[in-house]
Ligand binder design. Structure first.
Ligand SMILES: [Zn+2]
Length: 335
Protein backbone atom coordinates (compact mmCIF):
# COMPACT_ATOMS: atom_id res chain seq x y z
CA UNK A 1 0.00 0.00 0.00
CA UNK A 2 2.82 2.40 0.79
CA UNK A 3 4.29 1.81 -2.63
CA UNK A 4 0.96 2.56 -4.27
CA UNK A 5 0.46 5.66 -2.15
CA UNK A 6 3.87 6.93 -3.08
CA UNK A 7 3.29 6.40 -6.75
CA UNK A 8 -0.12 8.03 -6.63
CA UNK A 9 1.13 11.03 -4.71
CA UNK A 10 3.89 11.45 -7.20
CA UNK A 11 1.26 11.27 -9.91
CA UNK A 12 -1.11 13.78 -8.34
CA UNK A 13 1.50 16.23 -7.14
CA UNK A 14 3.64 16.49 -10.19
CA UNK A 15 2.91 17.73 -13.65
CA UNK A 16 3.29 14.64 -15.76
CA UNK A 17 6.37 14.98 -17.97
CA UNK A 18 4.37 13.69 -20.92
CA UNK A 19 0.69 13.03 -21.58
CA UNK A 20 1.16 9.29 -21.36
CA UNK A 21 2.82 9.46 -17.97
CA UNK A 22 -0.34 8.93 -15.94
CA UNK A 23 -1.26 5.81 -17.83
CA UNK A 24 2.29 4.48 -17.72
CA UNK A 25 2.42 5.17 -13.99
CA UNK A 26 -0.88 3.50 -13.21
CA UNK A 27 0.11 0.58 -15.41
CA UNK A 28 3.36 0.42 -13.49
CA UNK A 29 1.46 0.24 -10.19
CA UNK A 30 -0.92 -2.40 -11.44
CA UNK A 31 1.70 -4.35 -13.32
CA UNK A 32 -0.65 -4.58 -16.26
CA UNK A 33 1.15 -2.67 -18.98
CA UNK A 34 1.61 -5.66 -21.28
CA UNK A 35 -1.67 -7.38 -20.52
CA UNK A 36 -4.42 -4.76 -20.60
CA UNK A 37 -5.90 -2.47 -23.15
CA UNK A 38 -5.85 1.25 -22.43
CA UNK A 39 -9.52 1.05 -21.47
CA UNK A 40 -8.88 -1.71 -18.95
CA UNK A 41 -5.98 0.21 -17.48
CA UNK A 42 -8.18 3.29 -17.19
CA UNK A 43 -10.93 1.29 -15.48
CA UNK A 44 -8.54 -0.34 -13.01
CA UNK A 45 -6.78 2.90 -12.26
CA UNK A 46 -10.14 4.59 -11.63
CA UNK A 47 -11.00 1.90 -9.08
CA UNK A 48 -7.57 2.22 -7.54
CA UNK A 49 -7.84 6.00 -7.25
CA UNK A 50 -11.30 5.62 -5.71
CA UNK A 51 -9.96 3.17 -3.15
CA UNK A 52 -7.04 5.45 -2.47
CA UNK A 53 -9.14 8.51 -1.73
CA UNK A 54 -11.66 6.44 0.21
CA UNK A 55 -8.80 5.38 2.46
CA UNK A 56 -7.81 9.00 2.92
CA UNK A 57 -11.29 10.35 3.58
CA UNK A 58 -12.22 7.41 5.80
CA UNK A 59 -9.12 7.99 7.87
CA UNK A 60 -10.89 10.50 10.11
CA UNK A 61 -8.42 13.32 9.61
CA UNK A 62 -8.73 16.01 12.17
CA UNK A 63 -8.07 18.82 9.73
CA UNK A 64 -9.60 19.54 6.37
CA UNK A 65 -6.36 19.26 4.50
CA UNK A 66 -5.47 15.82 3.26
CA UNK A 67 -2.12 14.80 4.64
CA UNK A 68 -0.78 11.28 4.32
CA UNK A 69 2.45 9.35 4.59
CA UNK A 70 4.63 9.38 1.53
CA UNK A 71 7.30 6.76 2.02
CA UNK A 72 9.45 6.73 5.12
CA UNK A 73 9.85 10.07 6.86
CA UNK A 74 7.77 12.22 4.52
CA UNK A 75 4.23 13.48 5.13
CA UNK A 76 2.57 15.13 2.15
CA UNK A 77 -0.49 17.31 1.86
CA UNK A 78 -1.98 20.35 0.24
CA UNK A 79 -2.83 23.83 1.47
CA UNK A 80 -4.83 25.29 -1.41
CA UNK A 81 -2.47 25.56 -4.33
CA UNK A 82 0.62 24.71 -2.23
CA UNK A 83 2.03 21.23 -1.90
CA UNK A 84 3.42 20.90 1.62
CA UNK A 85 5.88 18.16 2.64
CA UNK A 86 7.04 17.48 6.19
CA UNK A 87 10.49 15.89 6.05
CA UNK A 88 11.87 14.03 9.08
CA UNK A 89 15.51 14.94 9.59
CA UNK A 90 16.20 12.71 12.59
CA UNK A 91 14.56 10.91 15.48
CA UNK A 92 15.62 10.40 19.07
CA UNK A 93 14.48 10.31 22.68
CA UNK A 94 13.40 13.38 24.65
CA UNK A 95 15.02 14.01 28.03
CA UNK A 96 13.13 15.23 31.11
CA UNK A 97 16.09 17.36 32.10
CA UNK A 98 15.31 19.92 29.38
CA UNK A 99 11.99 20.87 31.02
CA UNK A 100 12.31 23.88 33.32
CA UNK A 101 10.58 23.43 36.66
CA UNK A 102 9.02 20.08 35.81
CA UNK A 103 9.68 17.51 38.50
CA UNK A 104 9.69 13.75 38.17
CA UNK A 105 6.05 13.53 39.28
CA UNK A 106 4.93 15.61 36.32
CA UNK A 107 7.09 13.62 33.93
CA UNK A 108 5.54 10.36 35.18
CA UNK A 109 2.02 11.83 35.00
CA UNK A 110 2.25 12.61 31.31
CA UNK A 111 4.86 10.04 30.29
CA UNK A 112 4.13 6.91 32.31
CA UNK A 113 6.49 4.97 30.05
CA UNK A 114 9.31 7.17 31.28
CA UNK A 115 10.42 8.45 27.88
CA UNK A 116 9.14 10.30 24.86
CA UNK A 117 10.10 10.47 21.24
CA UNK A 118 11.72 13.55 19.84
CA UNK A 119 12.22 14.58 16.27
CA UNK A 120 13.78 17.25 14.10
CA UNK A 121 11.82 18.15 10.97
CA UNK A 122 12.08 20.43 7.98
CA UNK A 123 9.44 21.43 5.43
CA UNK A 124 9.31 21.81 1.67
CA UNK A 125 6.59 23.91 0.03
CA UNK A 126 5.93 24.01 -3.67
CA UNK A 127 3.53 26.35 -5.47
CA UNK A 128 3.32 29.46 -7.58
CA UNK A 129 6.40 28.36 -9.54
CA UNK A 130 8.50 28.49 -6.40
CA UNK A 131 10.13 25.87 -4.18
CA UNK A 132 10.58 26.91 -0.56
CA UNK A 133 12.43 25.10 2.22
CA UNK A 134 11.57 25.98 5.82
CA UNK A 135 14.63 25.24 8.01
CA UNK A 136 17.37 22.89 6.90
CA UNK A 137 17.79 20.54 9.87
CA UNK A 138 21.34 19.28 10.16
CA UNK A 139 21.72 18.96 6.41
CA UNK A 140 21.31 15.18 6.43
CA UNK A 141 18.10 13.37 5.52
CA UNK A 142 16.56 16.53 4.08
CA UNK A 143 18.57 16.03 0.89
CA UNK A 144 17.54 12.37 0.61
CA UNK A 145 13.88 13.33 1.00
CA UNK A 146 14.25 16.09 -1.58
CA UNK A 147 15.69 13.54 -3.98
CA UNK A 148 12.68 11.30 -3.36
CA UNK A 149 10.48 14.26 -4.28
CA UNK A 150 12.49 14.96 -7.41
CA UNK A 151 13.81 18.26 -6.06
CA UNK A 152 17.49 19.11 -6.38
CA UNK A 153 19.26 21.65 -4.13
CA UNK A 154 19.62 23.93 -7.15
CA UNK A 155 15.84 23.91 -7.68
CA UNK A 156 15.17 25.63 -4.34
CA UNK A 157 14.30 29.34 -4.66
CA UNK A 158 14.04 30.33 -1.01
CA UNK A 159 15.11 28.97 2.37
CA UNK A 160 13.09 30.39 5.26
CA UNK A 161 14.75 30.17 8.67
CA UNK A 162 12.67 30.10 11.85
CA UNK A 163 15.75 30.76 14.00
CA UNK A 164 19.50 30.27 13.99
CA UNK A 165 19.96 27.18 16.18
CA UNK A 166 22.21 24.50 14.70
CA UNK A 167 19.41 21.96 14.13
CA UNK A 168 17.71 24.48 11.82
CA UNK A 169 20.63 25.98 9.90
CA UNK A 170 22.93 22.94 9.78
CA UNK A 171 22.05 22.32 6.14
CA UNK A 172 22.83 25.77 4.79
CA UNK A 173 26.51 25.27 3.94
CA UNK A 174 29.44 22.87 3.82
CA UNK A 175 33.04 24.08 3.80
CA UNK A 176 31.95 27.59 2.92
CA UNK A 177 29.84 26.53 -0.05
CA UNK A 178 26.06 27.06 -0.10
CA UNK A 179 24.14 23.77 -0.19
CA UNK A 180 21.26 25.58 -1.92
CA UNK A 181 23.26 27.25 -4.67
CA UNK A 182 20.51 29.44 -6.15
CA UNK A 183 18.37 30.13 -3.09
CA UNK A 184 17.89 33.33 -1.14
CA UNK A 185 17.83 32.87 2.64
CA UNK A 186 15.17 34.72 4.65
CA UNK A 187 15.25 35.35 8.40
CA UNK A 188 13.92 37.89 10.90
CA UNK A 189 15.91 41.08 11.25
CA UNK A 190 15.97 40.53 15.03
CA UNK A 191 17.45 37.05 14.58
CA UNK A 192 20.18 38.23 12.25
CA UNK A 193 21.06 41.12 14.54
CA UNK A 194 21.49 38.82 17.54
CA UNK A 195 23.39 35.94 15.97
CA UNK A 196 25.26 37.51 13.08
CA UNK A 197 25.66 41.27 13.46
CA UNK A 198 26.71 41.00 17.12
CA UNK A 199 28.85 37.92 16.58
CA UNK A 200 30.28 38.05 13.07
CA UNK A 201 32.82 35.32 13.87
CA UNK A 202 30.25 32.79 15.10
CA UNK A 203 28.89 29.66 13.47
CA UNK A 204 25.57 31.34 12.62
CA UNK A 205 27.39 34.01 10.65
CA UNK A 206 29.41 31.28 8.92
CA UNK A 207 26.18 29.51 7.93
CA UNK A 208 24.87 32.61 6.16
CA UNK A 209 28.15 33.91 4.74
CA UNK A 210 28.11 31.79 1.54
CA UNK A 211 24.79 33.38 0.56
CA UNK A 212 26.19 36.95 0.53
CA UNK A 213 23.66 39.45 -0.76
CA UNK A 214 21.08 36.67 -1.08
CA UNK A 215 20.50 36.86 2.70
CA UNK A 216 17.23 38.79 3.15
CA UNK A 217 15.71 40.00 6.41
CA UNK A 218 12.11 40.77 7.31
CA UNK A 219 10.15 42.04 10.30
CA UNK A 220 7.65 39.36 11.34
CA UNK A 221 4.08 40.43 12.08
CA UNK A 222 1.88 39.75 15.07
CA UNK A 223 -0.56 36.81 14.91
CA UNK A 224 -3.90 37.95 13.56
CA UNK A 225 -2.62 41.39 12.57
CA UNK A 226 -2.46 42.69 9.02
CA UNK A 227 -0.64 40.15 6.88
CA UNK A 228 2.89 40.94 5.79
CA UNK A 229 3.60 38.35 3.18
CA UNK A 230 7.09 37.30 2.15
CA UNK A 231 5.53 35.74 -0.93
CA UNK A 232 1.85 35.46 -1.81
CA UNK A 233 0.41 33.12 0.83
CA UNK A 234 3.50 32.95 3.05
CA UNK A 235 3.62 35.25 6.09
CA UNK A 236 6.18 35.43 8.92
CA UNK A 237 4.75 35.70 12.45
CA UNK A 238 6.71 36.79 15.50
CA UNK A 239 7.09 34.29 18.36
CA UNK A 240 10.10 35.73 20.16
CA UNK A 241 11.32 33.95 23.28
CA UNK A 242 12.86 30.70 22.13
CA UNK A 243 15.36 33.02 20.42
CA UNK A 244 15.28 36.82 19.98
CA UNK A 245 13.83 36.58 16.46
CA UNK A 246 12.08 33.19 16.49
CA UNK A 247 9.57 33.23 13.62
CA UNK A 248 6.61 31.09 12.57
CA UNK A 249 5.40 30.87 8.99
CA UNK A 250 1.70 30.95 8.11
CA UNK A 251 0.85 29.29 4.80
CA UNK A 252 -2.47 30.37 3.28
CA UNK A 253 -4.12 29.43 0.01
CA UNK A 254 -7.62 28.71 -1.23
CA UNK A 255 -9.16 29.34 2.17
CA UNK A 256 -6.84 26.82 3.87
CA UNK A 257 -4.07 27.56 6.32
CA UNK A 258 -1.15 25.84 8.02
CA UNK A 259 1.02 27.37 10.72
CA UNK A 260 4.57 26.00 10.67
CA UNK A 261 5.58 26.92 14.18
CA UNK A 262 9.30 26.17 14.40
CA UNK A 263 10.37 25.52 17.99
CA UNK A 264 7.29 26.72 19.80
CA UNK A 265 7.27 23.32 21.53
CA UNK A 266 9.82 20.56 22.21
CA UNK A 267 8.08 17.97 24.42
CA UNK A 268 4.54 17.83 23.10
CA UNK A 269 3.25 15.25 25.60
CA UNK A 270 3.84 17.76 28.38
CA UNK A 271 3.75 21.16 26.69
CA UNK A 272 0.28 20.82 25.10
CA UNK A 273 -1.34 20.12 28.49
CA UNK A 274 1.12 22.40 30.31
CA UNK A 275 2.18 25.13 27.87
CA UNK A 276 3.59 27.30 30.66
CA UNK A 277 6.53 24.90 30.98
CA UNK A 278 9.49 26.03 28.90
CA UNK A 279 12.68 24.15 28.07
CA UNK A 280 16.32 24.93 28.66
CA UNK A 281 16.71 25.68 24.92
CA UNK A 282 14.31 28.65 25.30
CA UNK A 283 16.63 31.65 25.66
CA UNK A 284 13.91 33.66 27.43
CA UNK A 285 11.77 30.97 29.11
CA UNK A 286 9.09 33.38 30.38
CA UNK A 287 8.65 35.04 26.98
CA UNK A 288 8.65 31.61 25.28
CA UNK A 289 5.87 30.39 27.61
CA UNK A 290 3.79 33.53 27.05
CA UNK A 291 4.04 33.36 23.27
CA UNK A 292 3.42 29.58 23.31
CA UNK A 293 0.07 30.13 25.00
CA UNK A 294 -0.74 33.06 22.75
CA UNK A 295 -0.07 31.04 19.60
CA UNK A 296 -2.03 28.03 20.92
CA UNK A 297 -4.99 30.34 21.60
CA UNK A 298 -4.60 31.85 18.13
CA UNK A 299 -4.55 28.41 16.46
CA UNK A 300 -7.64 27.27 18.37
CA UNK A 301 -9.60 30.52 17.87
CA UNK A 302 -8.93 30.53 14.13
CA UNK A 303 -9.02 26.76 13.62
CA UNK A 304 -5.55 26.77 12.03
CA UNK A 305 -3.73 23.43 11.73
CA UNK A 306 -0.15 23.50 12.95
CA UNK A 307 3.12 21.77 12.13
CA UNK A 308 6.36 21.82 14.06
CA UNK A 309 10.06 21.16 13.77
CA UNK A 310 10.01 19.14 17.01
CA UNK A 311 6.50 17.71 16.93
CA UNK A 312 6.76 14.00 16.30
CA UNK A 313 5.59 12.22 13.15
CA UNK A 314 3.32 13.07 11.43
CA UNK A 315 4.09 16.45 13.07
CA UNK A 316 1.01 18.06 11.48
CA UNK A 317 -2.38 18.35 13.16
CA UNK A 318 -4.96 20.39 15.01
CA UNK A 319 -4.73 22.09 18.38
CA UNK A 320 -7.77 21.50 20.57
CA UNK A 321 -8.67 23.04 23.91
CA UNK A 322 -8.66 20.42 26.65
CA UNK A 323 -9.34 20.98 30.33
CA UNK A 324 -10.63 24.61 30.52
CA UNK A 325 -9.87 24.84 34.24
CA UNK A 326 -6.20 24.20 33.57
CA UNK A 327 -6.17 26.11 30.26
CA UNK A 328 -4.74 22.93 28.79
CA UNK A 329 -4.57 21.86 25.15
CA UNK A 330 -4.24 18.62 23.27
CA UNK A 331 -2.94 17.73 19.83
CA UNK A 332 -4.85 15.80 17.16
CA UNK A 333 -2.35 14.61 14.54
CA UNK A 334 -3.57 14.26 10.96
CA UNK A 335 -3.21 10.48 11.17
ZN1 LIG B 1 15.24 23.19 17.29
Amino acid sequence: MNFIRKKLFLFFFYDPPNPDYAEILIADILGVAEHCTGQEVAMKSGVLCGVFFSVITAGGFAVDNRFAALGDGIVAGRIGEFEVYMLVENRGQGRPSILIGADETLWKQYLPGGSCESETNTFLIRGQDRIIIVDTGFGGAIFDHMKTLGVGPGDVDAVLITHMHGDHIGGLQRDGRPLFPKAAVYLAQQEKEYWVDRNPGGSAAAALAPYGSRVKTFLPGEPGAAVRELFPGVSPIAAFGHTPGHTLFLIESGGQKLLIWGDLMHVQDIQFPRPDISVTYDMDPAAAAAVRRRILDYAVANNIPVAGMHLVYPAVGAVKPDDPADRAYRFEPVF
